[in-house]
Design a protein around this ligand. Structure first.
Ligand code: THU
Length: 142
């Protein structure tokens, strides 16, 4: 990925975060997922009054992409904030364990996870770094 592609993905994640539904935690998360063919799908956290029912931004982005037939992914950008200000960044939001497992289903170890505190302040990880020894039922992505 070049710098421009990374910037575009970060911008998409910040834009998506405006639609996060997080009235219970007040923690707004936006994610932008890049498919291998260059399409971007976004997701937000969608909370629920029955707390465990809520879904993370990363998984909602993956669900949107898979729903459109995509199975191969290059990178995801995650951004979060504790305020309703759509442009405000927060500390780097790391994907939760459940989301790391969810990504493992579709992504190889070199899948990039970009976590952005602001459009100019981000860190990049790979899935293999954040999810070593991941469980896979069939040992490979289907
Ligand atoms: N959350 C995400 O959307 N992604 C993460 O990687 C971490 C947590 C959401 C879930 C919940 O709506 C809120 O952040 C607080 O945990």
């Amino acid at each position: 990925m070049n710098e421009q592609e990374i910037k575009n993905l970060i911008d998409s994640a910040f834009e998506a975060k405006k639609n996060a539904y997080a009235p219970y935690s007040g923690y707004y998360v936006g994610a932008a997922l890049l498919t291998e063919d260059g399409t971007v799908f976004t997701g937000v956290n969608v909370e629920n009054s029955s707390f465990p029912v809520g879904v993370c931004a990363e998984r909602s982005a993956f669900a949107a992409a898979v729903s459109k037939g995509h199975r191969k992914f290059t990178a995801i950008c995650i951004t979060s904030t504790k305020t309703v200000n759509p442009l405000a960044g927060d500390k780097y939001c790391m994907p939760c364990g459940m989301c790391r497992q969810f990504m493992t289903e579709f992504c190889t170890g070199d899948f990039k996870i970009i976590t952005a505190a602001s459009p100019d302040d981000y860190q990049t990880y790979t899935l293999s770094t954040l999810m070593p020894g991941a469980f896979m039922l069939f040992g490979t992505t289907l």
